[in-house]
Design a protein around this ligand. Structure first.
Ligand SMILES: Nc1ncnc2c1ncn2[C@@H]1O[C@H](COP(=O)(O)OP(=O)(O)O)[C@@H](O)[C@H]1O
Ligand SMILES: [Mg+2]
Length: 222
């Protein structure tokens, strides 16, 4: 489902070039829950951004669901991201001027569906599944950080992606909320068969994964 070949990311900074990802080959099977672990600065977010079609690799190839994503045109890549990949990042914020239900419906409307009652019915159902049925009309600032993160998960699911990328999605939340949010993500993986790639500092969470990828200095540690 997901394959990386010879993946590299170099950043050019005032202090010279930084090899954030220094040659990664990786296979993750469809439906799997994979955890990426490693110290801060080891290249996890840079890897996730290339896998997610958000940051172009300096070298190498990323195949998601049979598509060599970095060979796509900019428009085709944007459409692919919107349809096939769900993002649950710590800083993947909701649009503050839209209600939760509008935030969740938005990716479906951008995908060409337009504003339809079917889209809003799905957004409502997803928010209900995330325990936010009472907060459909709330604005992001009116709900807690944990509830905002649940809405981000609902938004990630609206187009029924094949892959969910979660980069430290709970590291800013308290322990109980972290457990609840992780339960939601794992339920999506189990019940919908959506492939889940999770970056986490929480080793207990990583140990539950079917595949653990340990990264140090931009490379996979065996
Ligand atoms: N936009 C950027 N410009 C320059 N250097 C960066 C940039 N993003 C990340 N880096 C550097 O690349 C390395 C890996 O960073 P990152 O991928 O964020 O690691 P992690 O997510 O594991 O903490 C670090 O040394 C970081 O300072
Ligand atoms: Mg990071």
């Amino acid at each position: 489902m997901l394959s990386c070949r010879g993946l590299r990311k170099d950043y050019v900074t005032e202090r010279g070039a930084v090899a954030a990802v220094a040659g990664i080959d990786l296979e993750i099977a469809a439906g799997r829950y994979a955890a990426i672990i490693g110290r801060s600065g080891s290249g996890k977010s840079s890897l996730m951004a290339m896998i997610g079609g958000l940051s172009r690799p300096s070298q190498g190839q990323v195949t998601v669901d049979g598509t060599d994503i970095w060979s796509l045109s900019e428009n085709a890549l944007a459409a692919f991201r919107n349809k096939r990949i769900g993002y649950v990042f710590q800083f993947a914020s909701l649009l503050p001027t839209l209600r939760l239900v509008d935030n969740v419906a938005l990716p479906a409307m951008l995908g060409g569906g337009g504003r339809s009652s079917a889209t809003y019915a799905r957004a409502t159902a997803l928010l209900g599944q995330m325990g936010l049925g009472e907060h459909l009309d709330a604005y992001p600032s009116e709900v807690s950080a944990g509830e905002q993160r649940r809405a981000v998960i609902a938004r990630a699911l609206i187009n029924e992606p094949a892959l969910i990328l979660a980069d430290e999605p709970t590291s800013d939340l308290d322990e109980q909320t972290e457990i609840e949010i992780m339960d939601e993500l794992l339920a999506v993986n189990r019940e919908r068969g959506t492939t889940l790639v999770l970056v986490t500092h929480n080793l207990a969470l990583a140990e539950q994964a079917e595949q653990i990828v340990h990264i140090a200095h931009g490379m996979i540690v065996p």
